[in-house]
Design a protein around this ligand. Structure first.
Ligand SMILES: Nc1nc2c(c(=O)[nH]1)N[C@H]1C(S)=C(S)[C@@H](COP(=O)(O)O)O[C@H]1N2
Ligand SMILES: [Mo]
Length: 247
C-alpha cells in the first residue's frame, strides 16, 4: 500500500529530522560515518529514510515476466580462495556460516540448516551504483528469522557481514529485520550461481547493489562498529562510497 506524503508532512518530517540531528541526540539515528562533512549529507538521507520508511514498506516486487534475461556479474565472480573452491567442489555440503557476536546462542549453520527455515521468494530490482540495474527472483531465508533463532540481543544495533573475497559491510537492525532482507540461496528458480555469490548472498532491497553481499562467510551481531576493521562500517567506505546507500 502506498501512502501519499503531503508537502506539509514532508517538511514536518525534514524539520524533525534535522532537529534530531542538531540536538546531539546522535546515537540511535546516525550512520557510523557521520563525523565528517561528507557524512552529514549521508546522515540526513539516512535520518529522513528512517523517519519516512518507519513502517517498513516493502521495496517494489515484480512479476516473472519482468525478470532480466541477462543479469550482469561484476567485481568478484569466482573467489580465488582455496577453501572456497574445495567447498564448491563438494557442493557446499561442508560449508558452514558462523553467526555470533551479541547473540545468546552462537552457532554455525549449514546450507541445509538455512534451507530448513521457511523460505521467501521475491522478484526485485538490483541497482548498482555504477549505473545499471537488473531484475531477478531471489529465494532464501529472512535474516530476521536467523537472528531470532540465534537470539540476537534485543539491544544489538548492527549486523556485520564478511565475505570469502574480503568484502565486509554492515547494516543496522532496521534493515536487518526488514521482511525483504534475505540470505539467499536461490536465483531465478535455480541454485544461486557462483558468479552471483554462492552459496549465500545477502539481499538488502532498499539500498544500492553493493550492500547485497555475495559469498557471505560470517555474520556478527554488534552494538557498535568502531572496533570492526577500520571502524567505517563497510569496506567500500574507503573507496569513497557511503555506508548508507538507501534508495
Ligand atoms: N562479496 C562481494 N559482494 C558483492 C560484490 C563483490 O565483489 N563481492 N560486488 C557488489 C556490487 S558493487 C554489486 S553491483 C553486486 C553485483 O552482484 P552480481 O555480480 O550478482 O551482479 O554485488 C555486490 N556484492
Ligand atoms: Mo555495484
Amino acid at each position: 500500500m502506498k501512502r501519499q506524503l503531503s508537502r506539509r508532512s514532508f517538511i514536518a518530517g525534514a524539520t524533525a529530522t534535522s532537529g534530531l540531528l542538531l540536538t546531539g541526540c546522535t546515537d540511535p539515528i546516525l550512520p557510523p560515518t557521520y563525523g565528517s562533512l561528507l557524512g552529514l549529507g549521508e546522515a540526513l538521507t539516512f535520518a529522513s529514510h528512517r523517519l519516512l520508511l518507519r513502517n517498513q514498506p516493502l521495496a517494489r516486487e515484480f512479476d516473472r515476466g519482468s525478470i532480466s534475461k541477462g543479469f550482469p556479474a561484476i567485481n568478484t565472480t569466482f573467489p580465488e580462495d582455496e577453501l572456497y573452491r574445495r567447498l564448491l567442489r563438494g557442493q557446499f555440503a561442508d560449508w558452514r556460516l558462523p553467526v555470533g557476536g551479541k547473540v545468546a546462542r552462537p552457532m554455525s549453520l549449514s546450507l541445509q540448516d538455512l534451507k530448513r527455515f521457511p523460505a521467501r521468494t521475491q522478484i526485485t530490482q538490483h541497482n548498482c551504483e555504477q549505473g545499471w540495474s537488473a531484475i531477478a527472483e531471489w529465494t532464501g531465508v529472512q535474516l530476521r528469522r536467523v537472528l531470532q533463532h540465534v537470539q540476537a540481543a534485543p539491544d544489538a544495533r548492527y549486523v556485520v557481514f564478511r565475505c570469502v573475497d574480503g568484502w565486509w559491510d554492515s547494516i543496522d537492525m532496521f534493515d536487518a529485520l526488514h521482511p525483504q532482507t534475505l540470505l539467499t540461496y536461490g536465483m531465478n528458480g535455480q541454485e544461486l550461481p557462483v558468479q552471483h555469490g554462492a552459496p549465500i548472498r545477502l539481499r538488502v532491497e532498499r539500498q544500492l547493489g553493493y550492500k547485497s553481499l555475495k559469498y557471505v562467510s560470517s555474520i556478527e551481531v554488534v552494538d557498535r562498529l568502531d572496533h570492526i576493521e577500520d571502524g567505517s562500517g563497510a569496506m567500500v567506505v574507503s573507496y569513497g562510497y557511503s555506508w548508507y546507500a538507501g534508495i
